[in-house]
Design a protein around this ligand. Structure first.
Ligand code: PLP
Length: 388
């Protein structure tokens, strides 16, 4: 344990959780078939719909985000022709889950750090005539966001395809209008931009999706029909992580106290400032095109250095700051900072300073003062949103 007793999590989730949220999960478990739970689930799902800005049906699962993605794959994939836009590790996993559940998958992929062009994807949709189009809105591994998500949804709907989206690292932290974009099945989880503890995930289902669930899903635990059925009596088919639902409710209330638009704005503006601050330190954003850069997980390379693992380890040992490397092929070629949830201004100062000092120790001309003065642009926003 680091001296302060609490390490700063700048990994791509789980994120730091506020104390009042954590304390909620210390409440005693209750009967998940009783009135008290019915009221808790009802209220929590109501809050979640407000945070995700959807009127669609929301199903709560006791699993990490992968469970929600798998639920989409098992309930919409079997025997269907699916086009997957793959811009990184999680795009690959989405395609894998769909294949495992019996979908015929066609992938449109691109070099890591780039997105497949929208034109290329549209041509493929035209050629393949998929029954389902699936993509990861924010691929956490290279730190890339599908900036044309809205257009992609529209194009998919035009050919009558269902749209499935993994928004595990985006929902609450990036622009996303589930209903008006026409997302039919959305998967997300508790431990990232919603700033709740890990262990819960969610599937949002459109009216159309409800009518197009496959006849025989290739799963028992994630059979969405069962969840929808139990939802009528405000229950889940299997034992839910009751105490995590308490914590989630408080985390959602916190977001609504700030306001959903403001919460998203916090992520978007904070990321823009941080990219620029880290550039002053000599790091180079791994994703070259600005509009494709993730607003929640920021990834960087360092010119002349192919192994950034040492920097990551040093941040952990010397400053109690946890950052991440890349996944799969990227490994320690990149360093990633997950910046989701409230994250105090002072913690951003600590992050930028520690990274700057680490780089200087390695002979990089890191301009820590310039980086910190860029960071000051966020002070007003933090004040206005009363995030301290
Ligand atoms: N999809 C994306 C885009 C993610 O970033 C992650 C986790 O980082 C997952 C899916 C898997 O989520 P979990 O680790 O909660 O299962």
């Amino acid at each position: 344990m680091f001296v302060s007793g609490r390490r700063l999590l700048f990994i791509p989730g789980p994120v730091d959780v506020e104390e009042d949220v954590l304390l909620e999960s210390a409440k005693p478990p209750i009967n998940h078939r009783g009135r008290e739970f019915h009221a808790l689930l009802d209220e929590t799902l109501g809050l979640l719909k407000r945070v995700l800005r959807t009127r669609n049906e929301v199903v709560l699962l006791t699993s990490s985000g992968t469970g929600a993605v798998e639920a989409l794959a098992a309930n919409f994939g079997p025997r269907r022709r699916v086009l997957v836009v793959n811009a990184g590790e999680f795009g690959g996993r989405l395609a894998e889950a769909l294949r495992v559940h019996g979908a015929q998958v066609v992938e449109v992929a691109s070099e890591l750090g780039t997105l497949p062009s929208l034109e290329g994807v549209l041509e493929k949709i035209e050629a393949v005539k998929p029954e389902v189009v699936a993509f990861v809105y924010n691929d956490t591994s290279p730190g890339i966001r599908v900036s044309y998500a809205r257009e992609l949804c529209r194009a998919a709907k035009e050919v009558g395809a269902l749209v499935l989206v993994d928004a595990v690292s985006a929902a609450g932290g990036d622009e996303l209008d589930v209903d008006s974009w026409g997302v039919d099945g959305l998967a997300t989880a508790s431990q990232k931009c919603l700033a709740a503890p890990p262990g819960l995930s969610f599937v949002v289902l459109s009216e159309e999706a409800l009518g197009r669930l496959v006849e025989r899903p290739t799963t028992v635990y994630f059979d969405l029909r069962r969840y929808l059925d139990y939802l009528k009596r405000r229950e889940t088919p299997f034992t839910p992580a009751v105490t995590l639902v308490y914590a989630l409710r408080r985390a959602l209330q916190r977001i609504l106290e700030v306001g959903v638009d403001s919460w998203i704005r916090l992520h978007v503006e904070r990321a823009a400032v941080l990219y620029s601050a880290f550039e002053s330190l000599g790091l180079v954003p791994f994703v070259r095109r600005e509009e494709h850069r993730s607003r929640t997980v920021l990834s960087f390379t360092l010119p002349g250095q192919r192994d950034l693992g040492e920097i990551r380890r040093s941040l952990s040992e010397n400053y109690g700051i946890e950052a991440a490397g890349g996944l799969g092929a990227l490994g320690d070629r990149i360093i990633r900072f997950g910046v989701m949830g409230p994250v105090k201004y002072s913690e951003l100062v600590a992050l930028v300073t520690a990274v700057g000092l680490e780089l200087r120790r390695r002979g990089v001309e890191a301009d820590v003062e310039a980086a910190l003065s860029k960071l000051e642009k966020l002070k007003g926003l933090y004040e206005a949103l009363r995030i301290r």
